[in-house]
Design a protein around this ligand. Structure first.
Ligand code: ADP
Ligand code: MG
Length: 592
């Protein structure tokens, strides 16, 4: 099966069951999901199902068993979560859970629970995560109060089943997320015993990034006639040799800075920056504007007239950056476009190909830049494998690189000016200055003006390059935590704590500018706070501009933001009634 429809960003092969109907042309609406779920997705800014979502959701809604394979970052969580949430009746008396999701790690238990709470918001879905490393008492209480969905690591699930606190009689769906990883971690026996304790007429769903024989063995034993769906096969496409492809590895929090730095080095005529959601588009657009770039947003929520206006501004050079979602930028063809930036690694290799295909048209050269969080590495490997192209890993440009580039650009500008026929017209200026200083100094002063007018401001912050970071997955094994004992949830809490500690200390210090004071802001990563939120909120309330704000450090539960020392009190007063991500925030002075 390879029907490249309008969306054209994925195909499924190996579909061994014909109940997968022809996918709808666009949006989640055609997949059969109830309105409460569609509203939640809309609120999250999801515009389009990813290929794995498009292929699996209709099948899962029929109640069939499913064996799904797709790389990390392709949207598997929503693929299984949405159909699982579909049957929840808001307000119905709560018995035992009807959905059990098994995941390999504590982090995933939290992440999947958070996603399911978001997707099931309108349905008032009660989702209880259960994992090792957290006091069992708290979980006993939570389970006792009733749950629609339990998301558990296998070891802790077994504990609760043994204590009678996790009842499986009413389970209708069991989902194994990252099944390959769970088996690698030695959870096979636990998984088998859990599956054997659930009702026989359950729906069994298995999601895995890879499909080793052991997964097939589990599928054979515990699934009934599963529909197999594999996402990955890529359409043949014209060569993209004219496109230079580069990836920079940076942490998510550093992406706005990294984007600015890379743009300052690359100096595109016009660039298209792709984000995943509308919300990200709006945030990044305002962040880049605050930083002095002429950025415009383009997303699915805009009508044709608005879109035309934005496109016009990009074509005539009024705007230099267009920030867009895949859907909004579909079919977009701007011949001034020199750069495409993937602000995230796209979840499907097909969309990567489509995105970068916006440059390198009609024999022109183009550049495709990808900003990847180290966690997105596997996704990138997948893209390379499927496109049979290498994406060059480059180091994030340093402050020294930026300065060198700025000098180079000024040299070019002066050289061009020297070649201009109207040079003599400026003789009166030189004449007026003659004798006041040497010709050399006059030239230097003039060059300085050119250099600064070109926007060559000094950006002092080194952006941490994360290309040497090991991925979460390989870290786990290199630390020797692959064994069965470790895998049984124990010690995961400590690992997590260590990680948070590292974040909190942060690698974002600007080398301690003595004129910078720090603010504590009572929300962090867990609340979804991004650098753009902080810059936006502070700029809005206090009138400071983007350049005044920073460094920014976002920890799990709070953030620390630098502002000019003299402004600390004023900013705090201005932020008294501010909300961020819909919640009130507290802001107070922060001393390092
Ligand atoms: P996987 O489990 O395949 O690794 P996730 O389910 O964690 O992938 O999804 C990766 C990211 O993509 C998440 O941040 C999620 O919010 C986002 N995402 C998932 N589906 C969509 C979609 N249809 N549109 C936009 N973003 C999405
Ligand atoms: Mg996942």
């Amino acid at each position: 099966m390879s029907n490249d429809n309008d969306m054209g960003d994925g195909t499924a092969d190996d579909v061994s069951h014909s109940s997968v109907d022809a996918p709808p042309l666009s949006g989640f609406a055609g997949l059969g999901l109830r309105s409460e779920l569609l509203e939640a997705l809309d609120a999250l800014g999801y515009e389009e199902p990813t290929p794995i979502q498009r292929e699996t959701i209709p099948t899962l809604l029929t109640g069939a068993d499913l064996l799904g394979q797709a790389a990390t970052g392709t949207g598997k969580t929503a693929a299984f979560a949405l159909p699982a949430l579909q049957t929840i009746e808001p307000g119905a008396p709560m018995g035992g859970p009807s959905v059990l999701v098994l995941v390999p790690t504590r982090e995933l238990a939290v992440q999947v629970s958070e996603a399911m709470v978001k997707y099931g918001k309108q349905l008032h879905a009660r989702v209880v995560p259960v994992f090792g490393g957290q006091p069992i008492g708290r979980q006993l209480g939570a389970l006792d109060r009733g749950a629609h969905v339990v998301v558990a690591t296998p070891g802790r699930a077994i504990d609760h089943i043994g204590r009678g606190s996790l009842l499986l009689d009413s389970i209708k769906t069991v989902i194994l997320d990252e099944a390959d990883e769970m088996l690698d971690m030695g959870f096979t026996d636990d998984i088998e015993s859990i599956l054997e304790s659930t009702p026989e007429d359950r729906q069994t769903v298995l999601f895995s990034a890879t499909m080793p024989p052991r997964i097939n063995a589990i599928a054979k034993r515990y699934q009934r006639d599963p529909v197999k769906i594999k996402i990955g096969k890529l359409e043949e496409r014209e060569s993209q040799e004219l496109i230079r492809q580069t990836v920079y590895f940076v942490r998510r929090a550093d992406k706005p800075d990294a984007l600015g730095r890379v743009l300052d080095i690359e100096t595109p005529d016009a660039a298209l920056v792709f984000c995943r959601t509308r919300m990200e588009v709006d945030q990044l657009t305002s962040t880049m504007n605050l930083r002095g770039y002429r950025a415009e947003a383009l997303h699915g929520g805009m009508d044709q007239a608005q879109r035309d206006r934005v496109m016009g501004r990009l074509r005539d050079g009024t705007a230099e950056l267009l920030v867009a979602t895949d859907v909004a930028a579909r079919g977009l063809d701007v011949d001034t476009l020199t750069h495409v930036v993937n602000y995230d690694v796209p979840s499907a290799a097909e969309s990567y190909v489509h995105r970068i295909g916006r440059v390198g048209r009609a024999g022109r050269e183009g550049t495709a830049i990808t900003l990847a969080d180290p966690r997105e590495r596997r996704l990138l490997n997948n893209i390379e494998r499927l496109t049979k192209q290498t994406i060059e890993v480059a180091k994030v440009p340093t402050v020294a690189d930026l300065r060198a580039r700025q000098v180079e650009l000024t040299v070019t500008a002066v050289r061009e000016s020297l070649a201009a026929p109207d040079l003599e017209d400026y003789n009166p200026v030189l004449h007026a200055l003659a004798g006041e200083d040497s010709d050399r100094n006059i030239a230097l002063a003039a060059i300085k003006l050119v250099h600064l007018a070109r926007g060559a401001v000094l950006d002092e912050r080194e952006i941490p390059d994360a290309s040497d970071n090991r991925t979460e997955r390989s870290k786990k094994f290199k630390d020797g935590k692959g064994g069965k004992d470790r895998a049984r949830d124990r010690g995961t809490g400590k690992r997590d704590g260590k990680r948070e500690g590292k974040h909190a200390k942060g690698d974002r210090d600007r080398g301690g500018n003595p004129d910078t004071g720090f603010l504590y802001v009572s929300q962090g990563r867990k609340a979804g706070v991004r650098p753009g939120d902080l810059v936006g909120a502070i700029a809005n309330e206090s009138g400071l501009v983007g350049r005044d704000i920073g460094p920014i450090r976002i920890s799990d539960h709070y953030s620390v933001v630098g502002v000019p020392k003299a402004e600390v009190d004023r900013v705090i007063t201005a932020m008294r009634n501010t909300t961020m991500r819909g919640k009130p925030v507290k802001v107070r002075p922060f001393n390092e």
